[in-house]
Write a protein that binds this ligand. Sequence first.
Ligand SMILES: [Zn+2]
Length: 224
Amino acid sequence: MSELPSEQTLKIVDAFDLPETIRFLLRPGEMVKDAAGRRHRLPRYFYEIPSYEDAMAIRLTGNFRLNEFIRVDLREAEPLREYPRYVPCAVRITAFYLQRIRDEIGSTLHISVNGGYRSPAHERNHPASPHMWGTAVDIYRVGTSLLQTEEQINRYGMIAERVADEMTAFPFGQEPGSTDDHLHLDLGYLFLVPREVSEDRMEMPQETPRFAWEERRGKDRRTS
Ligand SMILES: [Zn+2]
């Protein structure tokens, strides 16, 4: 079923070397503007996920699987809905923070469809949002409670921001930068450059595609 060389080892790719259709949609290294008009550079290094089964099997932390961060619907560009799928390597950092918040709350956190990584081509990413970096999540349910009231959204948002200063939670509201039917959490515009890649300045496709395998470390990555 899986062609991964060993269980849960992730392939890291330089998006400049991906097939043109995919590269055109991911736009590695390009500058985009957020809602405030600030410019940010799009990520370049991605995990390549061969199949749905792999996405389900790969555990980023004790309670979060990779699959939870990449669920999208028709609002995502079609080539990016098919496997292999691509997600910025920073998703690992997001999962780490989310695990801390989950531990603090003591209940399961459910990320909505389109609420994890969304590509620059996704209909909901205009203007740019940290979802395009894999550093944002939209939580629609905590345990069995749907997040639909001001009290709940602000309460869990405060917990998340207390766990980590670098975490931003949108307050309850209808204006841009607020939410009324989920909790948006993000870490801003982070990159993760995996230690296994060799960075160079050649931001153009290479004859020999550049990729690396993530080294195995720690028990968190093993399936249970
Ligand atoms: Zn969001």
